[in-house]
Design a protein around this ligand. Structure first.
Ligand code: SF4
Length: 172
């Protein structure tokens, strides 16, 4: 439905889903089936509930403490059109956007040739956290990621340098 996102939940303030204080939108729908995924209830493409973009924007506007908005999942790229629109609005409010996805960054680059909605979500994300959760690569000192194979990618610098530029955060 136009102007609505299908989500599994929303958190008004988080400090564990990217830098600073962030509103987090958990997309409903994921095709990756990572072993021992912590959020299996987010996999069904028909589950969760609908929420309007306007309601999310209003929540963001009401909180001056926010540094940005994080799209987690599920996988936001399964609803790239509507998350891309929301990302653009968040950027216009002067906040940053972190997008988590089970897809690899290279796969997203391949797809944006013919998927304009993927292109929009990618280009309006400051950071992409990519890759499936791999329980064999789980470590205790990782910040903002679940397993060591996942990358925290600076999208702007990656486009500028034409090679993947990762941002490293260490758990305190
Ligand atoms: S990408 Fe995330 S939500 Fe999807 S199966 Fe993997 S860990 Fe679970």
């Amino acid at each position: 439905m136009y102007n609505f996102l299908r989500i599994s939940g929303i958190i008004n303030e988080s400090i564990v889903d990217g830098p600073g204080i962030r509103l987090v939108v958990f997309a409903q729908g994921c095709k990756h089936n990572c072993l021992e995924c912590h959020n299996p209830e987010t996999h069904s493409l028909e589950g969760g509930y609908l929420i309007s973009i306007d309601e999310i924007v209003e929540r963001v506007r009401k909180n001056p403490l926010l540094q940005g908005v994080t799209f987690s999942g599920g996988d936001p790229f399964e609803q790239a059109h509507i998350f891309g629109i929301l990302a653009k609005l968040v950027k216009e409010m002067g906040l940053d956007v972190v997008t988590y996805t089970g897809y690899l960054y290279e796969k997203i680059l391949d797809e944006i040739e013919h998927k304009k909605d993927w292109d929009m979500l990618l280009k309006h994300s400051d950071i992409i956290v990519d890759g499936k959760y791999d329980k064999t690569k789980k470590k205790s000192d990782l910040k903002f990621i679940g397993s060591a194979n996942q990358r925290i990618i600076d999208v702007k610098k990656t486009f500028e340098t034409n090679k993947i530029v990762e941002v490293k955060f260490r758990a305190i």
